[in-house]
Design a protein around this ligand. Structure first.
Ligand code: ADP
Ligand code: MG
Length: 299
């Protein structure tokens, strides 16, 4: 399986929601589409899922236009629309029939999918009684009902409480084993847990297509973080004069130190601190979190 999004542009009246966006996805990947609110994530996902048409550009699955390949793709909307008075089973039957799955097939696949998403035993409960996590798992069941090879999920965990979030993250981890996934989120840590590759979008434009590892390496090279106590503030002046120190940034008792070569200089710096009898509260390297990096990218 290969998904190609080629030069997709989508405007709403004069507003450009997605601007010349391209990316590719290979079979077996789990990719996070990351960006702040209003970046254009839902719009891209709707174009991929053939819910809306782009002004220009195209989406191809295995070389064919996505509109001819809808059986291969599952879609979880950002705000799934359920009827509270329907049971879980009725919901899936209703949605399955709407998307043209034969009744005989649904009789077999609905119980299977309810087991898969952990809703066995709840098939006859009304959706109105479900927690956020259960509703979202039902949404995922609906997206997987026709056994697509590729599933697109729009902010699958963003709106959930910690328990619901955990339920859904675990479920996606399971689905990942046999389904190619594209999921969007504005919360980087959601994607961090599931995806190795990130595509970052800002104001409708792709600004990054990279892996977690690459991103972390690129942004925190040669940086040492030291936390000291009040009595050792004068040591900061000592650090600034060290030949291998390039830059020193002080925030309260926390010091960020850029050095020439992290491998050679980290022990030198530590030794210098000990020589000056500095009371070290914390000493670590490469401490830029993905969240820090994400913020510098999109803000
Ligand atoms: P995201 O999912 O990343 O939050 P969206 O794709 O929903 O972003 O929206 C991208 C931009 O397009 C936003 O500025 C939003 O206000 C605008 N937009 C989205 N849908 C519509 C619509 N139906 N009509 C007009 N503007 C829209
Ligand atoms: Mg959205």
């Amino acid at each position: 399986m290969k998904l190609e999004i080629r030069n997709v542009t989508k405007t709403y009246k004069e507003k450009i929601a997605v601007n010349n966006f391209s990316m590719e996805l290979q079979s077996g990947e789990c990719v996070g589409l990351i960006g702040p609110n209003g970046a254009g994530k839902s719009t891209i996902i709707k174009v991929i899922s053939d819910i809306i048409n782009a002004n220009s550009g195209e989406v191809l699955l295995n070389g064919n236009k996505i509109s001819q390949m809808k059986r291969e793709i599952g879609y979880l909307p950002q705000y799934p629309n359920f009827f509270n008075w329907m049971t879980a089973k009725e919901t899936l039957a209703f949605m399955g029939e709407l998307s043209g799955i034969p009744k005989e097939e649904l009789v077999k696949s609905i119980p299977e999918i309810l087991i898969k998403v952990g809703l066995k035993g709840e098939e006859n409960s009304k959706v109105g009684t479900f927690s956020g996590g259960m509703k979202q798992r039902l949404g995922i069941a609906q997206a997987l009902l026709h056994k697509p090879s590729f599933i697109v999920m729009d902010e699958p965990v963003s709106a959930l409480d910690p328990i619901g979030r955990r339920e859904v993250l675990n479920l996606i981890e399971e689905i990942k084993k046999d389904t190619t996934i594209l999921l969007s989120t504005h919360i980087l840590s959601d994607a961090e847990e599931l995806c190795e590759r990130f595509v970052v979008i800002k104001n409708g434009t792709k600004i990054e297509d990279t892996t977690i590892t690459e991103l972390l390496n690129r942004n925190s090279e040669n940086k040492i973080n030291v936390e000291i106590t009040d009595k050792d503030q004068p040591w900061i002046e000592v650090i600034k004069k060290l030949p291998y120190v390039q830059e020193v940034e002080v925030i309260g008792y926390k010091i960020k130190i850029n050095v020439d070569n992290i491998k050679n200089n980290k022990n030198m710096l530590l030794k210098n601190a000990l020589d000056h009898e500095v009371d070290i509260v914390k000493f670590d390297i490469n401490n830029d979190t993905l969240e820090d990096i994400f913020l510098t990218l999109v803000v």
